[in-house]
Design a protein around this ligand. Structure first.
Ligand code: AMP
Length: 220
């Protein structure tokens, strides 16, 4: 199964993508994670992306499209993939259609996780991740069971993303509405979109996602 996960920053795409990965054995491809790895490596591409990401702006389409095109050719994508954070512009969506057609692949569904903007500023500003295994936590909504210790791997160092502050979140939300939201109508024309209410609890959102994907599998 090949799918696209759409939703504003903070909608829970990363969290749900990890759960889909476990439940449906498809690979999560997060362009945000790929770019953060480039920034950490100090590559020219990372240096170009860094300032734009810190300002909450999108990086150029050509950079992202090339990255995904190369990534989809790797063997671990054969069993299916979840695109998390891509496409984010109409140009990226049409580039994706072209590259999938060339590779003999297609999208099975597009999940749109719908949320309210103001709640997202609070959600994102409290996010943190285990520096060792990447498990996600939140100051108010999901604290580790033992304070300061990761539930999954026991590590005690947590990190926050440089772009997870209120000012940058507002810029990211603006980019989302201007550039990314039109993609929902683009995929709606092909009847691919399934809407998910992202304002519920994490587990309730997972339940909706799971039933949407089971329906997609049944529809074949
Ligand atoms: P994310 O982790 O998906 O929230 O992405 C973090 C940041 O990476 C975004 O605010 C953008 O600056 C950049 N980014 C990630 N994916 C894309 C994309 N498909 N197109 C352009 N910029 C992207």
């Amino acid at each position: 199964m090949n799918l696209v996960l759409l939703g504003a920053p903070g909608a829970g795409k990363g969290t749900q993508a990890k759960r889909i990965e476990e439940n449906f054995h498809v690979l999560q491809l997060s362009t945000g994670d790929m770019l953060r790895a480039e920034v950490r490596s100090g590559s020219p591409r990372g240096q170009q992306a860094d300032a734009l990401m810190k300002a909450g702006r999108l990086v150029p389409d050509e950079m992202i499209v090339g990255m995904i095109d190369r990534r989809l050719d790797r063997d671990d994508c054969r069993g299916g993939f979840i695109l998390d954070g891509f496409p984010r512009t109409l140009a990226q969506a049409s580039a994706l259609d072209e590259m999938l057609a060339k590779k003999g692949l297609k999208l099975d569904t597009v999940l749109s996780i719908d949320v309210d903007d103001e709640a997202m500023v609070e959600r994102i500003s409290g996010r943190l991740t285990c520096a060792n295994c990447g498990e996600g936590y939140h100051d108010s909504f999901k604290r580790p069971k033992i304070e300061g210790i990761c539930d999954v791997c026991g590590a005690s160092r947590f990190v926050r993303r440089a772009d997870d502050n209120a000012e940058t979140v507002r810029a990211r939300l603006k980019e989302y509405h201007a550039q990314t939201e039109p993609i929902i109508a683009y995929y709606d024309k092909g009847g691919l979109v399934r809407r998910i209410d992202g304002m519920r609890s994490i587990d309730q959102v997972t339940a909706q996602v799971t039933s949407a994907l089971k329906e997609c599998v049944r529809a074949g």
